[in-house]
Design a binder for this molecule. Structure first.
Ligand code: NAP
Length: 286
């Protein structure tokens, strides 16, 4: 069996076209959706992520504000900037790029973002809304993974999903979203003694580890959907995921490539969240 690729670039293009249309409709009402991105320090990878987010906003008719600060920025000043953006009606989403310098407590900063502007969905409030099934802003990466799975047309009800990784930003929210879609969910992590025992039974595997070749062909059930969140570099410095793409493609039913799978969907779902926040603001302040 040769797996069908799940094309995150094509799906992103479709979703972003819809974002563009909805953003234009809000702009016509004088309510242009706006995202504020704060970058503290000069981590080169963070600078690239932030640039891509701002660029995606500009390309799809969203207003974007990029605030850059030196790594020495005191925590109190960062919190004051977040408070100012909370009060700014032109800003519907606030994102503070992680990681932050060590003297700043990231959770403190995340919790300072107004709940309705928490487009990363990392706050305790957003996590609680997800856990209890209440409406709210969902973390972009797992949200994007759900869209990729939906694009296969496979109904998750009654399916067995295995999530490898239990981070607050990817693994845990991913497991909750799958549960909400009525899958039976197993979460594996570094203390799971026999990973393959679980993945071999899975109709869906989401790998979010950050280690190459965590999932290989003999660990996958024939026909399974495989979503690769990992972002790693091989010996040649080329971007690759957690999944042995060539090997697993021989067994799985569907598979996301790296690059071109989850990555583009993450930024796309950030745009969707910003738009959702702007639409909600328009409804509540009409
Ligand atoms: P993280 O916080 O480091 O979490 C990694 C998880 O993998 C942890 O729960 C860890 O278990 C688990 N793990 C480590 N070794 C394992 C093993 N041998 N077997 C099973 N589980 C193992 O990373 P993250 O932020 O969730 O990100 C995961 C990967 O996704 C990274 O490569 C990251 O760069 C990538 N990522 C990509 C995007 C995108 O847009 N494409 C977005 C976010 C993240 P413990 O909890 O026991 O330590």
């Amino acid at each position: 069996m040769q797996a069908l690729p799940i094309d995150g670039v094509a799906l992103s293009r479709q979703i972003r076209a819809d974002v563009g249309r909805r953003a234009a409709a809000l702009t016509a009402q004088g309510r242009k959706p706006g995202l504020a991105v704060i970058l503290v320090g000069d981590d080169p990878a963070s600078a690239v992520y932030v640039r891509n987010k701002v660029k995606a906003c500009e390309e799809h008719g969203l207003h974007s504000v990029l605030e850059r600060y030196p790594a020495t920025l005191p925590e109190a000043e960062l919190l004051a900037r977040v408070a100012a953006l909370n009060a700014d009606p032109a800003v519907h989403g606030i994102l503070v790029q992680m990681p932050l310098p060590r003297h700043i407590d990231p959770q403190q900063v995340i919790e300072a973002i107004a709940t309705h502007k928490d487009v990363d969905g990392f706050s305790v409030h957003s996590a609680g809304a997800l856990m209890t099934g209440l409406p709210g802003l969902r973390p972009a990466t797992p949200f994007g993974c759900m869209k990729l799975i939906e694009s296969t047309g496979v109904n998750l009800k009654g399916k067995h999903a295995v999530v490898i990784g239990r981070s607050n930003t990817v693994g845990k929210p991913m497991a909750l979203l799958l549960l909400q879609a009525h899958a039976t969910v197993t979460v594996c992590h570094s203390a799971t003694p026999d990973l393959a025992l679980h993945t071999r039974q899975a109709d869906v595997v989401v790998a979010a580890v950050g280690r190459r070749n965590t999932l290989t062909a003999e660990m996958v059930k024939p026909g399974a959907i495989v979503i690769d969140v990992g972002m790693n570099r091989n010996e040649a410095g080329k971007l690759c995921g957690d999944v042995d793409f060539a090997g697993v493609s021989e067994v799985a039913g569907w598979i996301t490539p790296v690059p071109g799978g989850v990555g583009p969907m993450t930024i796309t779902m950030l745009l969707v969240n910003t738009l959702q926040a702007a639409e909600e603001a328009a409804r509540t302040t009409a």
